[in-house]
Design a protein around this ligand. Structure first.
Ligand code: BTN
Length: 263
C-alpha cells in the first residue's frame, strides 16, 4: 500500500488492523504518543466504530473503508471545525468520480447520494492553550456494502457506492485517491485559508439558500441556509431579517408539501 501512495504525507505511516475498536481511538492514542502528521490508521472492520454524538458507525469487515489520520496544523483552536469540512469536500470529490454528479454535502460534513449517507466524518481535536495540538480526522465510506450489511433501521438513510453505481469498487484504489485528495485540500487549507474550501463546499451543498431545519438535542431551529462561517457554523436567516448561527445538529431541507391541498 505505502509503495502505491503518491502522497508525501498522508498514509506515509500506515497502521493496518484487520479488526479494531475504532480507528479514531487508535489514531488519538498514536497522536498522544507523538505520531507525526499524516500518520494513518486503517481497519478492515471496527467493533466500536463511532459517529458524531456518540452514534455508532456500522463497520462490517471486507466491504468498506474505515480510516483516521493525524493532523498537526499550527493554528488557533477556533479553526478546528474547518478540518471536518475540508475532509468532507475532499471525500465528496473522490466519491464523485465513482458516481459523477450525484455526490452532495450536507452540513456539517455528511457525504450524501440523494437522501442517503454514503460517507461520514468524525473529527476530534486536542486543544492546548487555544492552539490545535493535534486533530484526528476519521472517515468511514460505505464502499461495497449491500443491504444486509445495514441494520433495517438505517436502510432508508444509508447507502454504499456499490448500491449506487452497480459495480464493485476497489477499496485499495479508492483509499489511495482519498489520501491524495485529502492531502491536496489540507494543503490548500494551510496555504490559502478556508476560502477555497468554503467555495467548494457551498457548490456541493444543495441546502444552501434553501429553507432548512436543524435538530440538536431535540431542539429544532428553522430558517434559510445563508452562509457557512469561518468557524464552520451555519448561518440561518430567520424572520424579521435576523440571523442565527448554528454550531451543531442534523440538518434537513424542508420541502413544500407535495400536495398542499390534500387532493
Ligand atoms: C458520522 O457521520 O457521524 C461520522 C462517522 C465517522 C465514522 C468513521 S469510520 C473511521 C473512524 N473511526 C470511527 O470510530 N469513526 C470514524
Amino acid at each position: 500500500m505505502q509503495e502505491t501512495l503518491g502522497t508525501r504525507l498522508f498514509g506515509g505511516r500506515l497502521y493496518f488492523y484487520p479488526e479494531i475498536a475504532s480507528t479514531n481511538d487508535e489514531a488519538i492514542a498514536l497522536a498522544m504518543a507523538g505520531a507525526p502528521e499524516g500518520t494513518a490508521v486503517l481497519a478492515d472492520a471496527q467493533t466500536a466504530g463511532r459517529g458524531r454524538w456518540h452514534r455508532s458507525w456500522i463497520s462490517p469487515p471486507g466491504v468498506n473503508i474505515y480510516t483516521s489520520i493525524v493532523l498537526r496544523p499550527e493554528c488557533e483552536s477556533s479553526r478546528a471545525s474547518q478540518i471536518p469540512i475540508m475532509a468532507g469536500v475532499a471525500a465528496a470529490e473522490v466519491l464523485d468520480s465513482v458516481c459523477p454528479g450525484r455526490v452532495k454535502l450536507k452540513w456539517p460534513n455528511d457525504v450524501m447520494i440523494g437522501p442517503k449517507k454514503v460517507c461520514g466524518i468524525l473529527s476530534q481535536a486536542k486543544i492546548t492553550s487555544k492552539k490545535i495540538n493535534f486533530a484526528v480526522v476519521g472517515i468511514g465510506i460505505n464502499v461495497n456494502a449491500v443491504l444486509h450489511h445495514f441494520p433495517k433501521t438505517i436502510r432508508e438513510s444509508a447507502t454504499s457506492l456499490f448500491l449506487e453505481s452497480g459495480g464493485e469498487i476497489s477499496r485499495h484504489d479508492l483509499l489511495i485517491s482519498l489520501y491524495e485528495n485529502l492531502e491536496k485540500w489540507y494543503k490548500q487549507l494551510l496555504q490559502k485559508g478556508f476560502g477555497p474550501i468554503r467555495k467548494k463546499w457551498i457548490e456541493s451543498a444543495p441546502m444552501m439558500g434553501q429553507p432548512i431545519r436543524i435538530t440538536f438535542k431535540g431542539e429544532k431551529t428553522e430558517g434559510m441556509a445563508k452562509r457557512l462561517d469561518d468557524d464552520g457554523c451555519l448561518v440561518l436567516a430567520v424572520e424579521g431579517n435576523e440571523e442565527i448561527k448554528v454550531s451543531a445538529g442534523d440538518a434537513i431541507i424542508m420541502r413544500w408539501k407535495e400536495n398542499a391541498f390534500g387532493d
